[in-house]
Design a protein. Sequence first.
Length: 414
Amino acid sequence: MPIQRRWPAPWIFSLLIWPLGMAYGFNVTALPFLLAKAGVPVDRIASVIAIAGLPGVLGVLIAPIVDVKLRRRTWLTIGIFGTAIAACIYFPLIGTSNLILMTSLIFAGGMVTFLVMAACGGLMIRMLSSADQSKAGAWIQVGILGGGSLSGAIVIWLAARMPLVATGFCFAVLIVLVAYIPFTIAEPAPKPSAWFRGRFVGIGKEIWALARSRKRRWGSLLLVSPCATGAAQGLLPAIASHYGVGGSGVMWINGIGGGVALALGALCSTLVPGNWDRRLTYAAAGVTNALAAIVLLVANRPTVYVAGTAFYLATEGLCAARSVALIVEIVGPDARDASTLYSWLNAAVSLPIAYVTWLDGVGFRHFGTHGLLWTDALLNLFVFGIVAAVFVSRGMGLRSVPDGSTLESDSMAV
């Protein structure tokens, strides 16, 4: 069972996850804007962003090391400094001439940043009570989405006033400001263990236990569906000019204002009753995101961009928070390799973000801005339609059914 402690408090996870939020904000806000400004086509920007998001999937290859040898807080600190160093290397390469090298280095830096996510997930599961885990999940999204958008605005502001080399250095400094916080957590020393001997067998048992559970299995399947991804966030800055919005507008709308919208949307997740079925609430959050994309289709005007983007980012925050709530429920309090299993499920969430971003880019290539937004919206509505049909056909209610019960076994046997 998770260790009951008064520290860390749930809100501290918004700071612990800050370096990941910084990297995320750069990838989905500052990077697409700077590349578009440098003359890179939108469809190629979509490909770069999709590749930059792949560490969220492939990072599972390194996740097992966070559960062995060192404390999770130590791995967290390593991830923080590695993220800062990587930024100093790839920032000067932003542009058209070094696009492949830049993308490769952003990908490599993202693999190091994955340690931040894995360590935070393990600390949340092991150090917090079940009630505090739900709150910490919302605060994690505040740090990732809200803090990430604010960092994106900061990068755009700095890039307009100084060379990219100096901008990258300032970006790195903002990341390492939180490097001391992990050491304030009184995490117990890990038990002696080999680096990898027997680890994969144990991880395999954890995954097999997940696969045997009907509720956990179907929850995991929902995580890899094209639902509640908020994938268009990374492309909104690139199409801002189509609405008559310039660089300063992107900085305020997608950056500072977007950070507030994302944070508020994530915190709205705490209003969802804890006994509601988290699979249904996750799919329903995707519907709100689809409605926001439809708002952006009303007209190509600055006011529509402001309202639609604010709505889109707020609903994305809600989607992200509901995904963490679903992941924590799937992992459960008794998982030995909590960081690893948490990372695997986060990878499941990152995969649809990558491929939906690519599909949005394909929609833009063939049908312009409307194709991008309709692709994003219809995927959400399609998945919710399937989930709602299952719940209605099986007579399931809003309340979650304990795993292993008769109703659960019958209702999800599809």
